[in-house]
Design a protein. Structure first.
Length: 246
């Protein structure tokens, strides 16, 4: 009797270990019976029949996958290296198991090819200035392609865009030339505004000669307040004209 007890206890323990499965909160379990999908198990303890049923766990948390840097030739024939980050999660555990093998790897490979394809369709300036548009376009393509796998791509972010040194120097020269052009335009606009104001002032003085005298007296007052040792007082030419006439 003792012999049978020693033999049966390990078998019972092994049977319990093989029958009782635990599905955590961030997982979903897919129960297979004789190779066919029976149902999706929620978190908790699941009892399976050994050799008849099998439980596969699927992680449903969002995965942040870093896409390695890819060599891309843009639409305007510039060679760059672009890297990105893809955020995705499983929304249908059954499809993630039976529609694709290793959905993580498949999504990663698809993200690499999509990154090269999308960046190769844009000019370098558009890819650098409209990064949000590139991210949105990649997210739409990946989400559409991974939908049959039960995977939802929620976000894509272009991480880095590495340019050749020659292109960096060219862009620096272009930026400097653009700044100089804007500065020249601003100076020209300032000169035009100053000239317009001078013309308005000359027209006003021409219409009201006494305004010139008032400006003359104000200038003398400002010179006196400045505290200079030597003061030059300008004399209007009209005085000399009147003296010469006398």
């Amino acid at each position: 009797m003792l012999y049978w007890a020693i033999f049966l206890i390990p078998l019972i323990l092994m049977f319990i270990y093989a029958s009782v499965k635990l599905v955590t909160q961030y997982e979903r379990g897919v129960l297979f019976r004789m190779g066919k999908v029976v149902k999706v198990q929620d978190p908790g303890v699941v009892i399976v029949i050994p050799l008849v049923e099998k439980l596969e766990r699927v992680d449903i948390r969002t995965i942040a996958h870093e896409v390695p840097a890819q060599d891309v030739i843009t639409k305007d024939n510039v060679s760059v290296r672009v890297s990105a980050v893809v955020y995705f999660r499983v929304v249908d555990p059954v499809k993630a198991l039976i529609e694709v093998k290793y959905y993580n790897k498949a999504t990663s490979q698809l993200a690499q090819t999509t990154l090269r394809s999308v960046c190769g369709q844009d000019d370098l300036d558009h890819m650098l200035s409209e990064r949000d548009a590139v991210n949105h376009k990649m997210q739409e393509i990946l989400d559409h392609e991974t939908e049959p796998w039960g995977v939802k791509v929620s976000r894509v972010e272009v991480k880095e865009v590495d340019l050749p040194e020659s292109m960096q120097r060219a862009m620096a020269r272009q930026a400097e030339a653009e700044r100089e052009r804007r500065a020249a335009i601003i100076n020209a606009e300032g000169e035009m505004q100053a000239a317009a104001k001078l013309c308005e002032a000359a027209s006003l003085i021409d219409q009201h000669p006494l305004a010139m005298q008032l400006r003359y007296l104000q200038t003398i007052r400002e010179i006196g307040i400045a505290g200079n040792n030597n003061t030059l007082i300008p004399v209007p030419l009209e005085i000399f004209t009147k003296i010469l006439k006398i």
